[in-house]
Design a protein around this ligand. Structure first.
Ligand code: ZN
Length: 324
């Protein structure tokens, strides 16, 4: 069963013209009673749709818009624009090291996350934000209330396919805004908004140009001798009035924070003095940050790992305050 929200199930049934908006709740209740209450409202709505011959999702390998994609679907074909490229993360699994990378894909109807594991990560090593990606035969899971696309054996990806364009992206917000004082570590998909009160120098390190893993002395564990490229990480302290937290920005997020390109940032590697101006400019700026909260045991502090960095929008914040 696809994980279609109840409100959308109802809309689809009403749109078929077979049950009116005033009747729908009664019909769902009747179906639940008929099945001795052993079914959810969603389940009942699914059965009703099925009995009435209503197609809930487009059939037959059609290219789907993001709002037509639900958790539980398999063999999905879709096209989207890379809205955000998250950092590749490595993790150890027994003896071996695995890697995982996420990107946020968007179209005119919404956004969703796409997850790449291990060798799949290599397929997107040259992907940039604003690239168009076409996915075929992927499947969709739910993770913390978000739709997440994964690759099965038959899945394939095409980067910037001929003739595909995405004109605009509808941003969906599935992140929960929290006050910094309420963070305690382990939160995923969390949003904070605050002011930069301290900026640290970026740290640069060398990575393999093939697989993006860290290299020492120009030797990649997988690719042997390589000409390494540079990556970087930067920390700031953000204060939202309830407290402050150290925020970690990996490469792509640093680019967004500073509104600079990779080439421009790498130039600061040998020119720390000129970075002082960048720091001064950043102090007092307000940002909306989406990411996860992690306990850093070594330093006994909380860290916010930024996954999406946006300049705070005063109008949006005003609307939010009025709602509260
Ligand atoms: Zn390598």
């Amino acid at each position: 069963m696809y994980k279609i929200p109840l409100s959308e199930l109802k809309e689809k049934i009403i749109a078929s013209g077979q049950i009116s908006a005033t009747e729908i709740d009664g019909r769902i209740k009747a179906k639940i009673n008929e099945l001795s209450g052993l079914i959810s409202e969603e389940g009942a709505a699914h059965i009703i749709a099925n009995e009435l011959g209503i197609t809930l999702v487009p059939q037959g390998g059609a290219k789907l818009k993001i709002k037509e994609i639900y958790a539980g679907m398999r063999n999905v074909t879709m096209v989207g624009k890379v809205v955000r490229l998250f950092e590749m993360r490595e993790f150890s699994k027994g003896e071996s090291v695995g890697k995982v990378q996420l990107l946020l894909l968007g179209d005119e109807t919404g956004t969703l996350r796409v997850v790449f594991w291990n060798d799949q990560v290599d397929e997107i090593k040259n992907v940039k934000e604003d690239d168009i990606i076409s996915l075929k035969d992927v499947y969709v899971k739910e993770n913390n209330g978000n739709k997440e696309v994964h690759f099965g054996d038959r899945a394939s990806i095409e980067i910037n396919p001929e003739g595909e364009t995405i004109t605009s992206v509808r941003k969906s917000t599935s992140y929960e805004r929290k006050s910094i004082k309420d963070l305690h570590g382990g939160e995923e998909n969390t949003e904070i908004m605050g002011t930069v009160v301290q900026v640290f120098d970026p740290r640069f390190f060398t990575v393999c140009p093939e697989c993006n893993k860290r290299v020492t002395e120009d030797q990649c564990a997988t690719h042997g001798a390589v000409k390494p490229s540079f990556s970087y990480v930067m920390n700031t302290v953000i204060d939202d009035g309830t407290g402050n937290i150290r925020v970690v920005f990996w490469k792509n997020q640093t680019n967004h924070l500073l509104a600079k390109t990779e080439e421009q940032i790498v130039e600061y590697k040998d020119n720390a003095v000129s970075f002082e101006d960048v720091k001064t400019e950043l102090l007092g700026e307000q940002f909306k940050l989406l990411g996860r909260v992690q306990k850093n045991d070594m330093f006994a502090r909380l860290e916010f790992h930024a996954q999406i960095v946006e300049k705070a929008d005063p109008e949006e914040e005003l609307v939010r305050l009025e709602k509260e």
